[in-house]
Design a protein around this ligand. Structure first.
Ligand SMILES: Cc1ncc(CO)c(N)n1
Length: 454
């Protein structure tokens, strides 16, 4: 029997950029990022770089004719919904690309690539001057602070100067500018979006890593993918900056240099949801079979599992309605669902700020006997004291768990296997067991139970 085809019609985008033999930046980053967003990526190669995670060893610009032929091959065939430009290497290429995109009536995201993260130049000085012609046709231009300074003469050092640089780029004809804050010192990375609608800042805590190779390409491609799907500019930028944050935090440790951003991190995280929920279900089942009632606190027990790159409560699976005691043992009140736990989930997410390998947690009853039983575990048992909690943290709904996890980790020498919260008036004492794997969580929980029974 033959089968009926079931074609899929994804939006199409094109990247006009350089090839990075190292796979982290350039065309390679762009295509992976577009695919990760459900957008079919086509490409026009401007330059072939000999590059790895340590730096650029050579760059060979293609003849303008070869670049133009690729453009017309793509644009004459596909219904291209967005253009992203990256490394253009030399002035004639910049000018040619400006001419090509002028004729188009689709969004154009211009990432004015000048220098690689490694410090190597990717654009000659004539090329810098030629950029004005391309920026004129940009829907969005995405310079980092150094590129913004070259293009506008204004060096972004804070929100205000980033805003001024953005205004200058609008003067040059761009519809909007995203002046990126990665190169501006500070505990936060603040990307400043300037457009006719005003200024909006997309801020997040800085991630302490030099594995940012490919981050500019990835961000611009993520915005272009959003635009290709028909999303508004603001939403595309918001989505792209959140996507980047995760791609940098869970970067790929490849090569001998600093590594690469993780272009597919969200896909991998989504793909792990079912297996994460299933492992939580299995642990819960084993807790029922083993009858863990001695460890079930008054507030109920929960087992929480985070997807490998979880950053939010919605990415953690837990028992809806918790596990409670019955006449004969324990039972989960309802099924395992993502977002079902708030307390234990937030505690686990905060613990992951210190050790991202941690993926599972369970909250247990705490008393003197449990404390002695915990001492039989191999691994550090840490604790935090609610009486030391600042009132502003106490008053902010849902912030105690994050504060407690931080206190405990800061006082511990290594990743603790358990964290004690001795409670206070009206707050039951609880111990949370943490683990990177479910087997480990099970083993530790059962070890505490066995110690209690002897
Ligand atoms: C090909 C290429 N494009 C862009 C960058 C910017 O990171 C790079 N390193 N290589």
């Amino acid at each position: 029997m033959t089968r009926i085809p079931a074609p899929v019609e994804p939006p199409v985008a094109v990247t006009i950029a350089g090839s990075d033999s190292g796979g982290g930046a350039g065309i390679q980053a762009d295509l992976k990022t577009m695919e990760a967003h459900g957008v079919f990526g086509t490409s026009v190669v401007t330059s072939v770089t000999a590059q790895n995670t340590r730096g650029v060893e050579g760059a060979f610009t293609l003849p303008v004719e070869a670049i133009e032929e690729q453009c017309s091959a793509v644009l004459s065939d596909f219904d291209v919904r967005a253009v992203k430009t990256g490394m253009l290497a030399e002035a004639p290429v910049v000018r040619s690309v400006a001419e090509q995109v002028e004729k188009l009536e689709i969004p154009v995201v211009v990432d004015p690539v000048m220098v690689a993260t490694s410090g190597d130049r990717l654009l000659d000085s004539d090329g810098e001057a030629a950029y004005e012609e391309l920026i004129e046709h940009a829907t969005l231009v995405t310079p980092n602070a150094d590129e913004a300074a070259v293009l506008t003469g204004v060096k972004p050092e804070d929100d205000e100067s980033a805003n001024s640089a953005g205004e200058e780029l609008l003067e040059l004809g761009a519809d909007a500018a995203l002046v990126k804050g990665g190169h501006v010192p500070g505990e936060q990375v603040r990307d400043v979006l300037v457009s006719e609608d005003g200024v909006e800042i997309f801020a997040h805590d800085r991630i302490e890593t030099d594995a940012t190779h490919g981050s500019g390409c990835t961000l611009a491609s993520a915005v272009a993918a959003g635009l290709a799907q028909g999303d508004a500019l603001r939403e595309s930028v918001a989505q792209a900056t959140a996507f980047m944050e995760r791609a940098v935090r869970y970067h790929l440790n490849v090569g001998k240099g600093p590594g690469s951003v993780h272009h597919l991190v969200e896909l991998r995280n989504e793909a792990a949801r079912d297996s994460t929920a299933e492992t939580v279900e299995r642990v819960v089942q084993s807790f029922v079979e083993r009858d863990v009632s001695r460890l079930v606190p008054e507030v109920g027990m929960n087992v929480v599992g985070a997807t490998p790159y979880a950053e939010a409560v919605g990415e953690t699976a837990a028992v809806e309605g918790r596990i409670t005691r019955t006449m004969s043992g324990v039972k989960p009140n309802r099924g395992v669902r993502f977002g079902a736990s708030s307390h234990v989930a937030r505690f686990l997410l905060s613990a992951r700020e210190f050790d991202p390998d941690l993926r599972f947690a369970v909250n247990c009853r705490f008393d003197d006997d449990v404390e002695s039983a915990l001492a039989t575990l191999s691994g550090e048992v840490a604790e935090f004291d609610r009486s030391a909690e600042p009132t502003d943290v106490k008053e902010r709904e849902g912030s105690t768990m994050g504060w407690g996890a931080r206190r405990a980790f800061e006082s511990a020498d290594e990743t603790p296997v358990a964290i004690i919260d001795r409670g206070e008036v009206g707050k039951e004492a609880i111990v949370k067991l943490l683990a990177a794997e479910t087997e480990e969580l099970q083993r530790r929980t059962f070890a505490v139970l066995s110690a209690l029974e002897t």
